[in-house]
Design a protein around this ligand. Structure first.
Ligand code: AP5
Length: 191
C-alpha cells in the first residue's frame, strides 16, 4: 500500500498517520519531520529549510525530492509507505509520479482531510499551548502564511489526483476516531 495524506496545516495528517502506522504497520514518511530533524542536526540543508519553515514558506522542490527519493529506496519502504505532507506542489506531484513510474510502482490512494481555515487556527493554537511552542512555525502569523501557501500551491493537487481517480475526501472536522474509521474504509477499498 502506498498512500498520501493530503490536507492543510493542522488538518490531522500527523494524527491519522500515527494511527495508520500503529494499525497497519506501514512506514510513515513525513517531509516536515525529516526537515525538522535536519534543522535540529544543523546540516546545511536543514538550516536552509528551517529559515523557510519558520516563515511558513515551502522548502524548494529539489531539496524535498532528493530527501524522498533516497528514503523510499530504503528497505523498510519495500512493502509500502504513507506520505504525510508530501507532495505539496504540482512540481513535486509530477516528479514523484515519474519517480514511481521509473521504479515500476504506483500509488494506492490519496486521502484528503478537509477542514475549514478557522478550525485550523484554533487547533494550531491549542497545539502551541499543549506543547509549549515546540514547533517554531506554530503561531498565528506563520499559520496564516502556511494557509496561503496551501491554497495557492498545494490545493491544485486535489484536481491532479482526482483526474487520476485516486482522490478520496474525508470531513476532517469530525472526531479523530470517526476520521480514522473513514480512513479505514478507504484503505480497505484501495489496492
Ligand atoms: P509539516 O510538518 O508537514 O506540517 P503541516 O502540513 O503544516 O501540518 P501540521 O503538522 O501542522 O498538521 P497536521 O495536518 O499533521 O495535523 P496534526 O495531526 O498535527 O510541514 C511544516 C513545514 O515544513 C511546511 O510549512 C514547509 O515549510 C515544510 N515542508 C514540509 N513538507 C514539505 C514539502 N513536501 N515541500 C516543501 N516544504 C515542505 O493535528 C493538528 C492538531 O489538531 C493537533 O493538536 C491534533 O491533536 C489536533 N487534531 C487532529 N485531528 C483532530 C480532529 N479530528 N479533531 C480535533 N482535533 C484534531
Amino acid at each position: 500500500m502506498r498512500l498520501i495524506l493530503l490536507g492543510p496545516p493542522g488538518s490531522g495528517k500527523g494524527t491519522q498517520a500515527a494511527r495508520i502506522v500503529e494499525k497497519y504497520g506501514i512506514v510513515q514518511l513525513s517531509t516536515g519531520e525529516m526537515l525538522r530533524a535536519a534543522g535540529a542536526a544543523g546540516t546545511e540543508v536543514g538550516l536552509t529549510a528551517k529559515k523557510l519553515m519558520d516563515r511558513g514558506e515551502l522548502v524548494p522542490d529539489d531539496i524535498v525530492m532528493g530527501i524522498i527519493s533516497e528514503r523510499i529506496d530504503e528497505s523498510d519502504c519495500a512493502n509500502g509507505f504513507l506520505l504525510d505532507g508530501f507532495p505539496r506542489t504540482l512540481g513535486q506531484a509530477e516528479a514523484f509520479e515519474k519517480l514511481l513510474e521509473d521504479k515500476g510502482l504506483s500509488l494506492s490512494v490519496v486521502i484528503l482531510l478537509e477542514v475549514a481555515d478557522e478550525v485550523l487556527l484554533s487547533r494550531i493554537e491549542n497545539r502551541r499551548r499543549e506543547t509549549g511552542g515546540a514547533r517554531s512555525d506554530d503561531n498565528a502569523e506563520t499559520l496564516k502564511k502556511r494557509l496561503i501557501v496551501y491554497h495557492d500551491q498545494t490545493k491544485p493537487l486535489i484536481g491532479f489526483y482526482k483526474e487520476r481517480g485516486l482522490l478520496k475526501s474525508i470531513d476532517g472536522m469530525q472526531a479523530v476516531e470517526k476520521v480514522g474509521a473513514d480512513v479505514d474504509a478507504y484503505m480497505a477499498e484501495a489496492k
